[in-house]
Structures are given as structure tokens and as C-alpha cells.
Design a protein around this ligand. Sequence first.
Ligand code: NCD
Ligand code: ZN
Length: 350
Amino acid sequence: MPAHTITLTRPDDWHIHLRDGEAMQAIIGHTAKQFARAVIMPNLKPPVTTVALAQAYRGRIEQALSACGVSKADFTPLMTLYLTDKTDPDEIARAHEADSIVAVKLYPAGATTNSDAGVTDLLGKCSKVLEMMQRVGMPLLMHGEVTDPEVDVFDREALFIDRVMIPLRKSFPELKVVFEHLTTKEGVDYVRDASGPMAATITAQHLLYNRNEIFKGGIRPHFYCLPILKREVHRQALVDAATSDSPRFFLGSDSAPHAKGLKENACGCAGCYTAVHALELYATAFERADKIDRLEAFASFRGPDFYGLPRNKGVVTLTREPYVVPLEVPYGSETLVPLAAGETLPWRML
Ligand code: NCD
Ligand code: ZN
């Protein structure tokens, strides 16, 4: 008999987009219900490039949480800084002192949503900053795709390993690096075998779907995110990694809300919304691989262990009960469409 309930130590989401203002107010309760902590991405407009901006953003997050009845003890936002060509190494030292900031995020300029202010040449422009990060133990979270428009969109992650990741880690072998939203077999092989402090987050959509999903019966914008879904062989490699014994792979949903009209559009935005049902989606993927017993390590243990933070106390429970993903959820004055809207998942979080 398959288990009827699963109880996990409270999990964390190591990669989330919360946005700001009324959009944030509309969705923040979803993440706070599912997770005890989340690493908050800094790709706002303007980006969160300084400690002062991160602290102000954190203040707005705390207000939004309290407005939906979530206490400080129930959910902790872990803040990040947005790396630019001009980031000052002293800002990293200040971030290290400010205990609410846990990492620095690299967006290669032009790689994804709100990445215009990102880095144009990592080793060329940011060596002093990287040196400081390595010295104080501040992790670098990397959006791992090259931005060269000549490179096929499906090859951008694999090429990033050769062009950016390997040279970076040769120059800064002790720098803590997280390869964010990993999507390829090449990425899995690299992260698994690399020497030094290295990890990766994996989204639910990349565990559940391959790239055919975007084109089933027509173009389906709610399956479009960056890095884009890849071939089946890559999905399988990601499932193997997430459900393996390696401590290097952990949960980062990359839930990235965009209003319905901006997704269902002639030039639709990249991002899948998974915050409302993240655990249900991950549980579905782990069960399909017959590895539901590995979900807790992936969702609740390996992330804090890598970041050097304590594991959470308390538990969450999932029940084997059909859960119909809502067709839409409110998003300020608009709505958004969650991943797998209208589909039935086998697990429900209580
Ligand atoms: C993210 C967003 O919308 O902010 N989109 C996405 O497709 N994942 C940005 C990002 O993480 O690349
Ligand atoms: Zn993201």
C-alpha cells in the first residue's frame, strides 16, 4: 500500500520571486504557507543592489506578511543582492555584517526578466567583489546561461559551464556557488563532480516536464520559463540528481509570477508560477520516480546544510488526496495562471 500521508520537516524555498507592492501582497501568503524560509530574488525594477535597498525590501516583505496574518516566527525572508558591473566590494562586507542577507545573485546582462542591469563580464568586471565574497563566505547564486544571441536557446546553460563557470571556479576555488534552476544533464554532471563548495537548485517544472510540454497541441505560454525546459534526457538527469544521495541538489522553485495578460501575449514573459502548489508539484515528481522518501532531504535538509543555517523545526504534512490546481489566482488588479492549471495532482498539503 502506498503511504497515505507524508510528514516532512518544514521545507525552504531557495529561489523565489516575490515582486513588490500589490503583486507581492497578493502572492506572499502562498510561499509563507508552504515554506519556513525563502531566498528572495533581487530582480526588481530598480534592482536590489545595496544593503540599504535589501533591508527596505525586507521591511516591505514583513509588512506584507503581517497584513496576511503571518507572524515573524512563521516565515523568514532571506535577502539577496543583485550583482552589477559596479558593485563595490565594501557593499559585500556590509552585506556580510547584515545578517538578513544570505547571498549575491548573478544575472548575466540580458539573460532574463529584469536583468538589464546585470553583469556584462564576470571575471573582467567583478574580480574584487568575488574575492571579497570568497573571503567572507558569501555564496554566489548564478543564473547559468550565456547571453550570446548566436547561441541556441537550448544550449545556453551547457555553454555557460565552459565559458563562465569553469573559469570562475578556477580563479575562486573556495567561492560558494549555487547553480540556480539547473536544467541540463551537463549541469548535473558538472555540479555533482565539481570540487569545492558547489550546489544547485532544481525547479518543479524541470523535474516534471520536458520541452514538448510547451508545444502540446499549440503554444502554451505557461510552460515557458528561463532557462527553458529541455529534452527528456535532461529531465531524467535532473530527477536522478534530485532523488540521489548527493547533498548538492536542493529545492528552489523559481516561482516567477507574471500577470496572465503578459504571459498570454505575442511576446510572453518567462516564468512559471508554482508558489501556490510547490510541494504538491515536487511530491508528484518524486513519487513518479518512486523516491518520495527522498523528498525531505531535497526540500528540508540540503539547502540549510549548504548555506550553513539551522534546519527548521516543525513539520508539514501532505495527504494523498486529489488536488485540482486553480485555473487562476488573484494578482493585484489582475490574475495569474499557475503551472498545470486545471490539472489534478495526487498530493495535497494540509
Ligand atoms: C524569472 C522572473 O520572471 O523574474 N523568470 C523565469 O523564467 N525564471 C527570472 C529568472 O529567474 O530567470
Ligand atoms: Zn528566478
